[in-house]
Design a binder for this molecule. Structure first.
Ligand SMILES: Cc1ncc(COP(=O)(O)OP(=O)(O)O)c(N)n1
Ligand SMILES: Cc1ncsc1CCOP(=O)(O)O
Ligand SMILES: [Mg+2]
Length: 511
């Protein structure tokens, strides 16, 4: 994968924002940052003393040098000082998108005002941004001032934020991420909004966290857009890039120190590994959701704090599609088993779920039911396993009141934090590797991400699923995950009893 990211932006002599912040933030996320400098600012922690735009010829020479040798996967754009620069950059982006073997993604942070309050761009640039640049932008990341400057919409509440995002999208930006760092709504919180016309599934969401009280926030906008660019270059979905960028900024604000007499820079740290720094995915029915007037699909979709699993480590977890396999696994000593029947009739399901619960008791195993939470409650199953889409429809209040355990599937950082809102009984991460059991296109996490998820969710029993066989069970277990869920590694084994024994050995030897 191409991990080259360009930043086309201005230099901040104070070292806290612009090109300097971009390169440091990119470094923190393991991508190679290249630069095309658009302006030399003379600034320090007290303000901007001079703004010297670079000529379009000099900017172009930087772009030509890079494009002939180090094509970017993502191009991050910051300060563009005048209309000529906007036109030049737009022409180049159009050419790259049309001719490069892989069209670069463009992340645009429309830097207009420095944190000192100084204007960083000529005032007539807005129409050139709208007409030339926005149609080429994949993600735009304005703060509230910049949103107001670009759209003319004053952000008095959530509906105005949505309206402004729609306006930016109508001008061509595919995804709009409006940062609420300067917006004190609700009081004491920092709420960000994202509308993404390019992604599948839910394409509108809000993230929030308590505001971090520090004056030293210089460079947060540049750093946030750079982290988003870096994560996109590494193939992360925008939702996850957004989550990680917020967590990185929160971590950096907590560690920020002053170097001059005025506003210090946000600290450039490392991959965020403390859950306290991560934002909340704001759900309808949560306190922040109520503050933002989110409508709940029904009154039963929000419940939190499900019955704990018997053990923190669930060990080998067999996911099976029949009573035949359920009994074989239980009889072989597998303690955690899931009945996952797709395409069965209501009648078959009812019979199978009732029988599965009985088998669980007979062999002293814990039987989870996939999807069919009503039948699971009716027949007193040990637990139910739900996917992200199911969470909007399931009666979580009834599941919680029944005392059943609830396991939730997650595919990435966004979904992990969404699942965390419900404080489930366990948290599953997948698909770790490609699998033929289920279409997981675009949702393969890999071992590196699993290594991040597990410590972040260390309060829960954790499960890894997807493409895991005996040859991979050891490296998966070495991440510290407490359980490995498999379908084919058992059902397609030439000797399933041996496979179960070997998998158990590989998983448990890491305890
Ligand atoms: C342990 C475990 N993890 C993930 C899944 C996937 O569940 P879901 O997202 O609901 O998808 P389907 O299994 O319903 O296709 C699982 N079943 N078990
Ligand atoms: C149900 C499910 N959810 C994520 S991956 C997966 C299938 C895992 O099957 P296998 O172990 O055969 O790869
Ligand atoms: Mg399901």
């Amino acid at each position: 994968m191409n991990h080259v990211v360009w930043t086309i932006a201005g230099s901040d002599s104070g070292g806290g924002a612009g090109i300097q912040a971009d390169i440091k933030a990119m470094q923190s996320f393991g991508v190679h940052g290249c630069t095309a400098i658009t302006a030399l600012t003379a600034q320090n922690s007290l303000g901007v003393e001079a703004l010297n735009p670079i000529s379009t010829d000099v900017i172009e020479s930087q772009l030509l040098a890079l494009e002939s040798d180090m094509k970017a996967r993502v191009i991050k754009i910051g300060m563009l000082a005048n209309v000529q620069q906007i036109q030049l950059i737009s022409e180049h982006l159009k050419h790259y998108k049309a001719t490069w073997p892989v069209a670069p993604l463009v992340v645009y942070d429309p830097v207009a005002i420095a944190s000192s309050g100084d204007l960083l761009t000529e005032e007539d640039t807005v129409s050139a941004i709208k007409e030339c640049l926005l149609p080429l932008v994949d993600v735009i990341t304005p703060n509230t001032h910049e949103t107001q400057l670009l759209t003319g919409i004053y952000l008095i509440g959530p509906s105005a934020v949505i309206e402004a995002a729609q306006k930016l999208q109508s001008w061509g930006a595919k995804a709009v991420l409006i940062k609420g760092g300067h917006w004190d709504y609700p009081s004491g919180y920092c709420i960000d909004y994202c509308s993404d016309a390019s992604s599948y599934g839910s394409n509108e969401y809000w993230l929030g966290n308590e505001k971090i009280q520090t004056p030293h926030s210089h460079g947060t906008g540049c750093s946030m857009a750079s982290v988003i660019a870096a994560c996109l270059a590494k193939g992360y979905p925008l939702k996850d890039a957004f989550i990680l960028a917020k967590a990185y900024i929160n971590q950096g604000l907590k560690a920020a120190v002053r170097y001059g007499e005025g506003i210090g820079p946000v600290a450039q740290t490392s991959f965020p590994d403390n859950l306290d720094d991560y934002p909340q995915v704001i759900e309808a029915g949560s306190w922040l959701g109520d503050e933002l007037d989110f409508e709940q699909p029904n009154e039963f979709t929000m419940a939190a704090g499900f019955t704990e699993c018997e053990n923190k480590r669930l060990g080998l977890y067999a996911v099976v599609d029949s009573l035949y396999w359920l009994e074989k696994c239980l009889a072989q000593g597998v303690k955690t088993v899931q009945l996952r029947m797709k395409n069965a009739s209501e009648e078959e399901l009812e019979h199978a779920i009732a029988a599965a619960v009985t088998l669980g008791k007979k062999y002293d195993g814990n039987v989870y039911i996939n999807d069919h939470w009503q039948l699971a409650i009716k027949h007193g199953a040990y637990g139910v396993h739900l996917g992200q889409e199911d969470l909007l429809e399931a009666n979580l209040v009834a599941i919680k009141e029944s005392g059943m355990r609830l396991g939730i599937s997650t595919h990435g950082f966004y979904e992990m934090l969404r699942a965390h809102n419900y404080r489930p009984s366990y948290m599953a991460f997948g698909a770790i590797y490609p699998t033929t059991t289920k279409d997981m296109t675009g949702q393969i996490q890999g071992l590196e991400k699993l290594k991040r998820f597990v410590p972040l969710m260390s309060d829960y029993p954790t499960v890894a699923i997807g493409g895991i066989d005996l040859s991979r069970a050891g490296e998966v277990a070495a991440t510290g995950v407490g359980s490995v869920a498999v379908v084919r590694a058992i059902s397609e084994a030439s000797d399933y009893q041996q496979a179960i024994a070997d998998l158990q050995m590989a998983i448990n030897s890491n305890e």
